[in-house]
Write a protein that binds this ligand. Sequence first.
Ligand SMILES: Cc1cc2nc3c(=O)[nH]c(=O)nc-3n(C[C@H](O)[C@H](O)[C@H](O)COP(=O)(O)O)c2cc1C
Length: 186
Amino acid sequence: MTHVIDAILERSSEPRLTSPAPGRAVLDKVFECAARAPDHALLRPWRYLVIEGDGLVSLGELFASAADDPDQPLSASRDKLLRMPQRAPMLIVGISCYRPHPKVPQAEQSQSAAIGLGYILLALQSAGFGGMWRTGPVARHPVIRTGLGVGDDETIIGFLYVGTVDSAKPPVPRPSVDEFVSRWPG
Ligand SMILES: Cc1cc2nc3c(=O)[nH]c(=O)nc-3n(C[C@H](O)[C@H](O)[C@H](O)COP(=O)(O)O)c2cc1C
């Protein structure tokens, strides 16, 4: 098999992450991989935020500020939200950016952004780091969206928690190919 196939078959999300986070050179390569996502009409409908150090503290404060939001309170406690970004030394926020286009619906543009985020996970693992894609209510909350500068035509598609794998999680069972692939017409 090729290196690419091996890398994909070895990929797994890792929730237990510690320092160090990837440095600038690795990150640049990883984002170059994201920019290889298939992209109908080359709209580049994505952007990313990198958050680390004090930024993670600020992000925790932003998450916590949504806890008691009168319109849309979050169910997690203030303390939990405050600590949430500290689960890894770096977060990459994946944002899909809708670019109105006569032939490319919004769903296709989100798919392109999601593929890019998937490539980032693969590239990170290939470079010796781990990652975990998370969303939840914090990805959709208006106070958090505004605090991160996410515009009306943009969607947070994921928070990638990134770092060095502290201890690998137990293997996730994978379905066998014939459970989800069939021939048409039969
Ligand atoms: C769009 C998206 C959102 C996700 N959000 C969460 C999340 O909020 N919390 C979580 O524990 N896992 C979340 N996951 C799943 C994990 O990232 C991971 O894929 C899952 O635990 C399976 O592990 P694996 O990637 O090793 O197969 C999400 C995955 C995707 C694609």
